[in-house]
Design a protein around this ligand. Structure first.
Ligand code: MN
Length: 291
C-alpha cells in the first residue's frame, strides 16, 4: 500500500451568500482543479465557515427551489437548520447532525435557520455537499435521511480522538447513511497531537476540509482551518496529525465516470434530460411546497 499524496491545498475563496442564510466559500466546482469531474461523485461543496448571525423573528435561508438528479447532504457544525420538501421529507438538524436529502427524480425544498435558533442568533457553521447519482438512479423516488449525531458510528482512537462515520466506512466500521454508490463521509475529531490513519482505494476521489484547528498531512504539509486538501489518485493511505484540537471532514468516493450535465439546480447526464427537467418542473411534476 502506497501513500496518497497531497495534490493541492486549497484556500477558501471569498464568501458569497446563498439566499440570506448561508455565507459560503465554494470549493467544488471551483474551476481550478476542483471541477465536477475531478471530485466525481462530489459535484458541489459549499462551506459556511463560522459566521455570526444576529437574532431575528424572520428566519434567514433559501426559499422554495427544485433539485433533480443528485443528493444534497448538509452537515451541521454550529447552529440549527430546518428543511422541508415536497416529498414529505423534513426536519431540524443541529450541531453534529446531518441531513441527507435524495432529490433523485425531483423535489422542491426550502432550507432555513430553525425559528428558535434564528431568534437568538449566534455562530453558524455548516457544509453542504452535493453527491451525484448514477444515471440509473437519477429518476428514482426522492428520499430523506435525518442522521442524528448519536446515530453515527463512533470509532474510538483512544487518546488521539475519534472518527464519526456518517457514510461508508472507516477501517470496516460503517456509518448509517445509505448511498447509491460507494461514498465515504466522516468527521475526524482529533485531540491536539492526535493521529489518525486513513485508507481508501487509489481511484476514489478524496479530499478533506479542516473545520476546526489544523492538521499535518503525511508528516509534511500543514492544512490550516477552513482549507481543503485534495489528494492525488495514486496510493491509498494518508495520515493526519492534529496540531491543536481539530475537526476534519473527510470525503472519498468512487467516481461514477458518467457524463455530467449540470444546469442550476438540476444535474443530469445530457442536455435533453435538462430540458426535460425544466419541462417537468414547469408542469408541476416536482409537487407542491408552501413558501
Ligand atoms: Mn437546495
Amino acid at each position: 500500500m502506497a501513500t496518497k499524496k497531497v495534490e493541492i491545498i486549497v484556500q477558501p475563496k471569498p464568501p458569497h451568500f446563498v439566499g440570506d442564510g448561508f455565507r459560503v466559500h465554494n470549493f467544488i466546482p471551483s474551476g481550478f482543479r476542483l471541477d465536477m469531474k475531478r471530485m466525481d461523485p462530489f459535484i458541489m461543496l459549499d462551506y459556511n465557515s463560522k459566521f455570526h448571525f444576529s437574532g431575528t423573528d424572520t428566519p434567514r435561508g433559501v426559499g422554495v427551489h427544485p433539485h433533480r438528479g443528485f443528493e444534497t447532504v448538509t452537515i451541521a457544525y454550529k447552529g440549527r437548520v430546518e428543511h422541508g420538501d415536497s416529498a414529505g421529507g423534513g426536519g431540524i438538524i443541529g450541531e453534529g447532525d446531518v441531513q441527507w436529502m435524495t432529490a433523485a427524480s425531483g423535489v422542491l425544498h426550502k432550507e432555513f435557520h430553525e425559528t428558535e435558533w434564528a431568534k437568538e442568533g449566534g455562530i453558524f457553521q455548516m457544509v453542504q455537499l452535493w453527491v451525484n447519482l448514477p444515471a440509473k438512479d437519477k429518476m428514482s423516488p426522492p428520499k430523506y435521511q435525518a442522521i442524528k449525531n448519536s446515530e453515527m458510528k463512533n470509532v474510538d482512537l483512544g487518546e488521539n480522538g475519534f472518527i464519526e462515520v456518517i457514510a461508508g466506512d472507516y477501517n470496516g466500521e460503517k456509518g448509517p447513511a445509505s448511498t447509491f454508490s460507494p461514498v465515504n463521509l466522516m468527521n475526524a475529531k482529533l485531540k491536539k497531537g492526535g493521529k489518525a490513519d486513513f485508507s481508501f482505494p487509489a481511484g476514489f476521489n478524496t479530499a478533506a476540509l479542516v473545520i476546526e484547528g489544523s492538521v499535518v498531512v503525511n508528516g509534511g504539509e500543514k492544512v490550516p482551518t477552513d482549507h481543503l486538501v485534495l489528494f492525488g489518485n495514486e496510493g491509498e493511505n494518508f495520515t493526519f496529525e492534529a496540531t491543536e484540537d481539530s475537526i476534519v471532514l473527510v470525503i472519498s468516493g468512487e467516481p461514477l465516470n458518467e457524463p455530467i450535465f449540470p444546469h442550476g439546480p438540476f444535474v443530469m447526464n445530457s442536455r435533453e434530460e435538462i430540458i426535460q427537467a425544466f419541462d417537468d418542473y414547469n408542469n408541476g411534476k416536482f409537487g407542491y411546497l408552501e413558501d
